[in-house]
Design a protein around this ligand. Structure first.
Ligand SMILES: Cc1cc2nc3c(=O)[nH]c(=O)nc-3n(C[C@H](O)[C@H](O)[C@H](O)COP(=O)(O)OP(=O)(O)OC[C@H]3O[C@@H](n4cnc5c(N)ncnc54)[C@H](O)[C@@H]3O)c2cc1C
Length: 292
């Protein structure tokens, strides 16, 4: 399969990339690792006239802590997120998502922004980012806006990112207190596998009585976009963490899910697996929270 014809542009700074996006608005796409975009272009699903490569833009790289947020550059590679001691320590569910994405070859090319912007319902990083209440910085010529990852997705492959906007960085509030998080991906194989179902969980315990003060549960591959499980979250708040509670929350999350049947799994199986994975993720996250 050959790529369709396109003009290739390389930006050296974020300002330059925004300038190009403004000039070519609607005709250009950002090229990051290319593991999603180039595949879709080969399949003729997409045929942008221009690709703007942001590989050399230094402002879009790196991980640091700024004003109580962990800032992850948009072009940060998934392999580097998986290997980062800081991410493993503070955002373990994101590290787990990164470790389970594709294969070493894919992880060495794929970027965090590409995983978000491609808006696949089964993608591995958005559930954990949503569980941590992360937001993205969208930059364009002369402007910036912050959008919660949770509010970014409109449907499979569709986001609220404008044709002239670029994700420049991801900001994750730095969790503190007795918190824990966990991400589980269910697939048929252990590598190079798209999730049949995935679940990310974040819990914060009350420092006084050890009850669950806050909980965020995100389900992937069971709706057109990753979704929160509101009834499961409501059921957990104010309760003491224990196995029966996780079981009930798993059932509630299952009712919150809206899966379809396809060649990979039936809706019924996916719904059952949401209950199982939510229960397991909660158990691990609450255990980590009570140790922290
Ligand atoms: C064999 C294979 C296995 C895979 N396995 C998995 C898997 O297990 N889990 C998973 O989640 N995904 C998987 N993927 C999909 C893909 O690898 C990931 O989604 C990856 O993170 C995409 O990142 P990228 O940098 O390659 O993005 P690209 O392909 O470069 O871009 C993807 C989209 O994002 C846009 N984009 C990129 N960067 C920006 C930016 N800074 N601002 C605005 N828009 C931007 C592009 O314009 C394009 O529309 C797999 C792909 C392949 C080919």
């Amino acid at each position: 399969m050959l790529l369709p014809k396109f003009d290739y542009h390389e930006a050296s700074t974020l300002a330059e990339a925004c300038e190009m996006m403004a000039e070519l608005s609607g005709k250009a796409k950002v090229l990051a690792g290319g593991t999603d975009l180039l595949v879709n272009m080969k399949k003729k699903i997409l045929s942008p006239e221009h690709l703007i490569c942001v590989e050399r833009v230094e402002e879009m790289k790196g991980i640091d802590v700024v004003d109580g947020h962990i800032r992850i550059g948009a072009s940060h590679k998934v392999a580097d997120i998986a290997a980062s001691a800081q991410i493993s320590r503070s955002l373990s569910a994101l590290a787990q998502g990164a470790c389970s994405l594709g294969s070493p070859l894919i992880r060495n090319l794929a970027t965090i922004a590409g995983n978000i912007a491609s808006a696949r319902p089964a993608a591995d990083l958005p559930p954990s980012l949503m569980a941590y209440d992360a937001e993205v910085s969208l930059r364009k010529k002369g402007g910036e806006r912050l959008v919660k990852v949770e509010e970014l997705f409109k449907g499979p492959g569709e986001t609220v990112i404008g044709p002239d906007e670029i994700i420049s960085e991801i900001r994750v509030p730095r969790p503190s207190g007795p918190y824990g998080a966990h991400y589980i991906k269910l697939g048929v194989r252990r590598a190079l596998e798209i999730s049949l179902v995935n679940v990310a969980v974040f819990v914060l315990l009350d420092e006084g009585d050890g009850s669950i003060k806050d909980a965020r549960i995100v389900l992937g591959a069971v709706a057109p976009t990753p979704i929160r499980a509101p009834s499961a979250e409501a059921l957990l708040r104010g309760e003491k963490p224990e196995d029966m509670l996780y079981e009930r929350a798993g059932q509630a999350a299952s009712s919150d899910s809206k899966p379809i049947s396809d060649f990979r799994a039936s809706a019924e199986y996916r719904r059952d697996m949401v209950a199982v994975l939510t229960k397991r993720a909660l158990r691990t996250a609450c255990k980590a929270a009570s140790r922290s």
